[in-house]
Design a protein around this ligand. Structure first.
Ligand code: DAH
Length: 365
């Protein structure tokens, strides 16, 4: 009896003194393991007479119970202490400024394309696309551009050395106008109202020209379309884009093979602190005109080339440079910087992806 009481006192004291999980585990094995002391005592019960077992059994069971509980308690206490220590040492100071690392930005060309898409979506236009590697027919012939047109010259256009399977010359499209042809021919019957933003290529390079640049094309094909619809659409678009009500347009007669009549569109600007700011009457004392668009009524020959009846369907088209619109709106002056990939320039002129000042007011808001 007293042997067991002594053993219990000794084991409980050892467990109480243990200060690591490993030493608690060693004590557990020594007491309750296969060859442990307490296990040994439990085994002796099997060889006892019922009377003896009745007498000696309870204290041994009590010993096992006490040691088991003491070990479990100690383990829990040590684990809690380890967790407390970790929490104390690994505490995060939420008030420290966060290092965000390098941040990307939205390129002004992407930003302006998004703005244009948003404006024209409000006017019921959807976005159409076409290939950047075009054939001669879509890029020139179907658009009524004659063989002798300078745009077709070898030194103005990037041609591929080989013809395509249909024997046509292949080239990097020189404008987004072939998307007009592809849209009219894709089987969707008119009415058509699309814009086509995208990359175009010309063999040209100076401060205002780069071999690759961006255009946006517009095309409307419907019944009873007039120059009045064209003017209203362009005026509404330019007011929304420049976010000014005082946009004044000047339409000048011009010539494009794929429109008849053709008009070039200027917007008035006002000289403010020596800067040209879009808005106001270009004929005013401190004003002037900037050409921003080519446009016109779609030439009958183009409508016919696309398999539509020009006596039934009319339309207007326009095309403009996205990069140029970006320069005018956001005040950049060297087009080449757009495509240099200089991170300082991108940081200065780029837009935050998460905080883009959109035209969410929309057209007419
Ligand atoms: N494709 C012409 C160019 O690149 C721009 C243009 C002019 C497009 C008049 C049009 C248009 O749709 O009607 O210079």
């Amino acid at each position: 009896m007293s042997e067991i009481a002594d053993l219990k006192a000794a084991l409980i004291a050892d467990i109480a003194a243990a200060d690591t999980l490993d030493s608690v585990e060693a004590l557990r094995v020594g007491a309750l393991g296969k060859n442990g002391v307490v296990t040994g005592l439990l085994k002796t019960l099997g060889g006892m007479s019922p009377d003896e077992r009745l007498e000696k059994g309870p204290p041994i069971q009590d010993l096992r119970e006490a040691v088991t509980v003491a070990i479990a308690d100690k383990k829990a206490a040590l684990e809690q202490a380890a967790l407390d220590a970790r929490l104390a040492s690994e505490r995060i100071d939420m008030t420290l400024p966060v290092d965000l690392g390098p941040q990307g930005s939205v390129h002004p060309v992407s930003q302006v394309m998004d703005e244009l898409t948003e404006i024209f979506a409000d006017l019921g236009f959807s976005v159409a696309t076409g290939p950047e590697i075009e054939d001669d027919w879509h890029n020139f012939t179907a658009l009524n551009i004659p063989e002798t047109h300078p745009a077709r010259a070898m030194h103005d256009t990037f041609y591929f050395p080989d013809l395509n399977d249909a024997g046509q010359k292949m080239l990097l499209r020189t404008h987004t106008s072939p998307v007009q042809i592809r849209t009219m021919m894709n089987g969707t019957p008119p009415p058509i109202r699309i814009i086509a933003p995208g990359r175009v290529y010309r063999s040209d390079s100076d401060a205002t020209h780069t071999p690759m640049f961006h255009q946006i094309e517009g095309l409307v094909i419907d019944k009873g379309i007039t120059l009045g619809h064209l003017k209203w659409t362009l005026e509404t678009f330019l007011k929304a884009f420049f976010e000014r009500e005082d946009i004044v347009l000047r339409l000048r007669p011009s010539y494009f093979p794929f429109t008849e009549p053709s008009v070039e569109v200027d917007v008035g600007y006002t000289l403010t602190n020596g800067q040209r700011v879009i808005g106001g009457d270009g004929d005013a004392a401190n004003g002037g005109w900037l050409e921003v668009l080519g446009s016109g009524m779609v030439n009958r020959k183009v409508i016919e080339a696309c398999g539509l009846d020009p006596d039934e369907w009319q339309g207007f088209a326009f095309g403009t440079g996205v990069d140029r619109l970006a320069m005018l709106k956001y005040g950049m002056n060297d087009l080449r910087a757009f495509f240099d990939g200089d991170q300082r320039w991108l940081k200065h002129y780029g837009f935050s992806a998460l905080d883009v000042p959109t035209l969410s007011g929309g057209v007419g808001a």
